[in-house]
Design a protein around this ligand. Structure first.
Ligand code: CAA
Length: 384
């Protein structure tokens, strides 16, 4: 399908093309199997590392190509056209890199970013707890200072890349009586004694990604692994999410595009009442509406990504808008794609039911769309 130009550079167009080609070549042949078996695509992630995809999360001084939210969005979109699950397995390493770039000191960046750029280290972001989902500051994991280390105790929930990542950005309470101001961020390595992962979750969609609980039993974290200052943990988390939410928007956009492409192909080839169903206005209007919504989501995601890359300061509202709009579009478009396929759409044998299952999570994670609307409304109340 022809998309508009959006003023992308030749380099950015090549990046998008490369991601799509990679996904068609390496992910498409196995995506149904990964989905059926709910399997983390380790070999594909390794290949992405060899081909330099992780360099997009890292500044040049640390072996990367420079973090551009737009470039990451382009890659996420084009991987997700084929498989949103594999895409998020890749994207979450970026979610672990962002707080390091924003708050890491020179030593922390030198230790963790070069291997991440080479694809040797995967990363994860551990904010959510069983009792702290939308209410993200209600964190019970504690970090108590003892000499030159912090002792972590507690648990995290639904951690994408849990068990696969070599290091985790963990938000824990250093001063539990100070609420949101008593939270701090730490870089915790998988090999630190007392770090343990639980079983992998059995999910509706994005089954080529892994989410696990994480347990901390007296995990000793050296003080040099405190990220930012004590008390800055919630800020670290929120500023990270401000940059990663449009990336989830791009994932949703890709899922919508993938389902749409399947629906158009099918409508041209499926015959009923003696004609291809695309000749019926009922189907034409559905496809037209899907195309409008996808293009609008693309325009918003790209422009918000550019806005963030420009160094703008107040980005929370825009980031929340991109994520909300694109994920709501993904849910509607994938549902309509199943409808275009009729009974076949409901069957596992055809790819569209998977797009619909994969789309759902984009309205939930990185903050539910209700929380995004709250972020947007709070910004509006400040602005007017
Ligand atoms: N940037 C900087 N600081 C921020 C901020 C931002 N975007 N948002 C809030 N803060 C600061 C505030 O200024 C405030 O600081 P002060 O106390 O110094 O004034 C402090 O943080 C508390 O802010 P709020 O009063 O707004 O906090 P709140 O408790 O009302 O919560 C919330 C705000 C928006 C609801 C937040 O809890 C939230 O975003 N919840 C959703 C959680 C979420 O997105 N989880 C995603 C998990 S990761 C994931 O899903 C990844 C994956 O698997 C792929």
């Amino acid at each position: 399908m022809q998309s508009m130009d959006y003023g992308l550079t030749e380099e950015q167009k090549n990046l998008a093309r490369m991601a799509r080609e990679f996904a068609e070549r390496y992910i498409k042949p196995v995506r149904a199997e990964l989905d059926r078996e709910s399997r983390y695509p380790r070999e594909i992630i390794q290949k992405m590392g060899e081909q330099g995809f992780f360099e997009l999360f890292v500044p040049p001084e640390y072996g990367g190509q420079g973090l551009s939210v737009l470039n990451v969005c382009l890659v996420m979109e084009h991987l997700s056209i084929v498989d949103g699950g594999t895409a998020i397995s890749y994207g979450v390493t970026g979610l672990g890199a962002i707080p390091l770039i924003l708050f890491g000191n020179e030593d922390q960046k030198r230790r963790y970013l070069p291997p991440l750029a080479r694809g040797e280290y995967q990363a994860a972001f551990a904010l959510t707890e069983p009792w702290a989902g939308s209410d993200a500051s209600n964190i019970k994991t504690t970090a108590v200072k003892k000499g030159d280390r912090y002792i972590l105790n507690g648990q995290k929930k639904f951690i994408t890349n849990g068990g696969e990542a070599q290091f985790y950005i963990v938000i824990a309470a250093t001063q539990p009586d100070r609420g949101v101001r008593g939270l701090s961020a730490f870089i915790v390595e998988k090999d630190f004694p007392g770090f343990r992962v639980g079983r992998a979750e059995d999910k509706m969609g994005i089954r080529a990604s892994v989410q696990r609980e994480i347990f901390f039993d007296d995990v000793e974290v050296p003080e040099e692994n405190l990220l930012g200052r004590e008390g800055q943990g919630f800020k670290v988390a929120m500023m990270t999410l401000d940059r990663s939410r449009p990336i989830v928007g791009a994932q949703a956009l890709g899922i919508a595009q993938g389902a749409f492409e399947e629906a158009v192909k099918y409508a041209k080839q499926r015959e009923q009442f003696g004609s291809p169903i695309i000749s019926f206005q009922a189907i034409q209007f559905m496809l037209a509406d899907m195309a409008i919504q996808i293009e609008a989501a693309r325009a918003l995601v790209y422009s918000v990504a550019q806005f963030i890359d420009s160094g703008a300061k107040n980005i929370s509202k825009a980031a929340a808008m991109a994520k909300t709009f694109a994920s709501d579009v993904a849910m509607r478009v994938t549902t309509d794609a199943v409808q275009v396929f009729g009974g076949y759409g409901y069957m596992r044998e055809f790819p569209v039911e998977k797009y619909m299952r994969d789309a759902k999570i984009t309205q939930i994670y990185e903050g539910t769309n209700q929380i995004q609307r709250l972020v947007i409304a709070r910004a509006l109340m400040r602005e007017f």
